[in-house]
Design a protein around this ligand. Structure first.
Ligand code: ADP
Length: 655
């Protein structure tokens, strides 16, 4: 068997022959120390002893059945040594004998251990990342500290610090520091370290380490000093980045001895760094959010109105202090409650339709009386619901702004009452003037009626009676009577509270009407009346009878002023559009005129120069003109006589 012989002479691996009983018969030189080790325990080692097999096992039988049997043997050298022998048992053809060849392999246990460590690392990583999921802002810090502890223990570190790095100032501020119990103090979170070179080195994302301080480059002045002062003998710095943003670093240092940083550990710490970096980013974002939320809250609390945000589930998600005070609920107790719970059944039933509407995405505004907590009376509120929509247009909730406008409404009503009263008082005062002048106003139609009646009597007395003239006189009496009753009606309308009658009034016909009414007076005073009426004048709006009264006053005053004049008694009425937004009726006479200093005085109540005068006509006329949004002015002492301008706004201007 030359092959067997050459195998037995081989210096590679372990080789031995065995018989059907499992007894070892021949072996190569490598087997000698192995067999000696075994002989110490058993006098004649059999195959089971050499392969370290269970006594129950029958390796020869198993080999014969399968032809070849692979067996993992015991370790070589120390029991926990790094190597073990893998045996292959092969049946020698045609015999009950076999040959065993053993080769040294790295110990499977070591591989398993490495695998097991890897598994533990993965568990560590998932434990740490799980701790950072769904954290409230205030819990992030706690979990970062706890995570650092797990990491420090796993890697058997001495100190591990999470530092925030400000890239503009290149300064490092410790946020959380973990130290092995009994080891040196954690890095002080109140100090900032200026480490410009380190910052530039790691900001790209690559870790940096030194195994001993002499490895720190000489020009890294600040870094060297920091390591010396802090007693750091070796360190690994793992940058923390999220996306492209450089947030900070793990500072892992050793201060008892110098140490190596195997690439495996660096990679694992880098991996964990990613998890921490996300947490730090969250912490920063939360801090920013908390800051802006705080500002919003401060502003909301400073406002007197009731402010709340209600989610789609009709539960409060935000409210200001005023909201709690109004509802008599302790601070922080509105949050999470439903509107029904906070407002109570009765009020909720009232506001529910508006809530329903706001939750369809429509802004709502309403006013309503609501009972005030613990008080008899109700308050009047104005509420606005502003829906909150997501970018897809889904309604997420609504903002509720409620104001107690009870006092405002009371003040508004009071002001309105005062305005009404004032207007009424003014009207009553004017009414007083009117009442005083009623005689004055009625005098004219009454006098006209009297003269018409006298004329009628005369025409009847004639022989034969002039019936046509009698009829005409009676028609005048009827017209004058109507006018007298209109004066009275207008006076009553004026005195009644509320809007007085307004109607469209054409200017030129108004003048014609007045001249018709005063036709007798004109002839009595021997006055020539001329008119110059502008065509296409816009109408005005007002009380036609009142405006007639004004004109009647002006015309009669003119007649009276000319009573003492010579032959040239002329009264001219002109209508015009002196300026946009003004229609004007001007009444001029050829009387003595009015002295310039009296041009305003003539409008004072009771100013008169006439023996039987009351001095009310112009005063009332100006009141009426102003009530119509116009004016009445006198232009005095010219030749000829006086001119009065009644200026009114055209209808288009008013409406
Ligand atoms: P009364 O006619 O009762 O005196 P008015 O208020 O109508 O009251 O007039 C006040 C005064 O204004 C008159 O007494 C008169 O002195 C003066 N006046 C009014 N119209 C004219 C006029 N056309 N020309 C001159 N004076 C006038």
């Amino acid at each position: 068997m030359p092959l067997l012989e050459s195998l037995l002479r081989s210096a590679v691996g372990f080789v031995f022959l065995f018989d059907a009983g499992g007894r070892i018969q021949r072996w190569n030189g490598n087997m000698i120390p192995l067999l000696e080790g075994i002989r110490g325990a058993a006098a004649a080692p059999g195959i089971r002893e050499v392969l370290g097999l269970d006594p129950q096992r029958d390796p020869v039988g198993e080999m014969c059945a399968a032809g070849t049997l692979v067996v993992e043997g015991p370790g070589l050298g120390a029991p926990d040594g790094d190597e073990e022998i893998a045996w292959v048992l092969h049946r020698i053809d045609g015999t009950q004998h076999g040959i065993a060849i053993g080769l040294v392999e790295p110990r499977r246990k070591r591989v398993e251990e490495a695998l097991e460590r890897r598994l533990r690392f993965q568990q560590l990583a998932s434990t740490i990342s799980a701790r950072f999921v769904n954290l409230a802002a205030r819990e992030v810090d706690r979990e970062i500290s706890a995570g650092l502890g797990l990491l420090g223990e796993f890697f058997q570190l001495e100190r591990c610090t999470l530092v925030e790095v400000q890239t503009n100032t290149k300064s490092y501020q410790p946020l959380h520091s973990w130290v092995k119990t009994g080891a040196a103090a954690p890095l002080d979170s109140h100090t900032r370290q200026f480490m410009p070179m380190l910052t530039d080195r790691i900001r790209g994302g690559e870790p940096y380490f030194f195994r001993g301080r002499e490895e720190i480059p000489h020009n890294w002045v600040h870094e060297r000093r920091f390591a010396e002062v802090a007693g750091i003998k070796a360190a690994l710095v793992v940058p923390l980045k999220v996306g492209g943003t450089f947030l900070g670093a793990f500072l892992i240092d050793s201060f008892t001895c110098e140490r190596d940083w195997p690439s495996e550990i660096v990679e694992e710490l880098r991996f964990l760094g990613g998890i921490f970096a996300n947490a730090v980013a969250r912490r920063r974002a939360d801090a920013r959010l908390a800051g802006s939320e705080k500002r919003v809250r401060m502003i909301a609390d400073a406002l007197p109105g009731l402010i709340a945000y209600v989610g789609g589930d009709r539960r409060y998600r935000f409210n200001n202090q005023a909201y709690e005070q109004w509802h008599g609920i302790a601070a922080d107790e509105v949050y999470g409650k439903t509107m029904r719970e906070v407002l109570g059944e009765e009020v909720y039933a009232q506001v529910k339709p508006y809530v329903d509407e706001a939750l369809t995405g429509v802004p709502v505004r309403y006013r309503m009386d609501v009972p005030l907590l613990g008080e008899e009376d109700t308050r009047f509120i104005e509420a606005s619901y502003v829906p909150h929509l997501d970018p897809a247009g889904q309604v997420l909730g609504f903002y509720s702004l409620v104001q107690d406008i009870t006092d405002r409404r009371a003040a508004e009503m009071q002001a309105q009452r005062q305005r009404d009263e004032l207007a009424h008082v003014t009207r009553v005062a004017t009414l007083g003037e009117l009442a005083a002048s009623m005689v004055h106003e009625l005098n004219q139609p009454l006098a006209a009626m009297l003269s018409s009646a006298q004329a009628a009597v005369r025409f009847l007395a004639a022989d034969p009676p002039n019936l046509a003239e009698v009829e005409a006189a009676l028609q005048y009496i009827i017209a004058d009577d109507r006018r007298a009753s209109e004066v009275v009606r207008s006076l009553r309308a004026f005195a009644v509270k509320g809007e007085h009658m307004t109607q469209r009034v054409e200017i030129n016909p108004l003048v014609e009407e007045v001249l018709f009414l005063l036709r007798n007076d004109a002839s009595l005073h021997n006055v020539v009346v001329t008119t110059d009426l502008a065509p296409a004048l816009p109408p005005t709006r007002g009380d036609r009878v009142q405006l007639q009264q004004v004109l009647v006053n002006l015309v009669l005053n003119g007649f009276e002023a000319m009573a003492g004049s010579g032959e040239e008694r002329e009264l001219a009425i002109r209508t015009s559009l002196p300026a946009p937004g003004e229609v004007r009726i001007s009444v001029s006479d050829t009387g003595p005129g009015i002295a310039p200093e009296l041009c305003e005085k003539v409008f004072d109540a009771f100013f008169t120069t006439k023996q039987a005068g009351m001095g009310m006509g112009l005063s009332i006329s100006r009141s009426i003109a102003e009530a119509h949004g116009g004016s009445l002015r006198a232009v005095g002492g010219g030749n000829p006589g006086a001119t009065f301008h009644l200026t009114l706004p055209p209808l288009a201007e008013i409406s």
